[in-house]
Design a protein around this ligand. Sequence first.
Ligand code: TYD
Length: 210
Amino acid sequence: MPRHPGRFITFEGTEGAGKSTLIGKVRERLEIRGVRPVVTREPGGSPVAEKLRSLILGEAMDPRAELFLYEAARAEHLARTVVPALEGGRWVICDRFTDSTLAYQGMARGLPWNEVRAANRLATRGLSPDLTVFLDVDPGVGLGRSTDPNRFEREGLAFQREVRKGFLKARKEGARRWLTLKPGKATPEALAEAVIKELERRKWLPPARR
Ligand code: TYD
């Protein structure tokens, strides 16, 4: 059980997995059930963190510099947005979080895994998501979807495969908080329903009459 009254749910996946659409649908369903979540994203989610976001996504840089900028944005985002919301009893839905750092900077950029873990811990003070929804798509399928690729999407397929490997390794290390969805041909509605069912299974939402 979380150490705060709210619930902290992160969404992760490789590029083009459909996270944003799913987050929108889950939010709608939660609102129908009387939960008004704070929806946020990383990098970003607070004024300083959004400035760091443009810096990070705008320019190629040394992988260690990249790591520390993500962590700087994260510390700021947590302090200003996430922690106050959770402590106030709100649910927080976050598009990407520490598992992205393990997958991208740890696995795909090749920085030492345990040191990336330690950097995450420093930035978050040990706050971990209560649930992580992982959209597991074939990186080949996801990459084709983006109309405006950022510099990570332009890294190509081999990089995205490493990213996926990173997510799978992160999942192994903390399996209980992970819900893996394989979109395949499932509609965003069906995926959102699967998330809601998981929340009911965990008794965070009362069962609904269907
Ligand atoms: P964004 O355009 O939001 O991508 P997406 O829609 O796929 O989430 O850009 C965020 C990018 O930052 C994305 O390519 C993944 C990357 N990223 C990291 O490399 N490390 C991190 O810790 C985080 C949070 C994101």
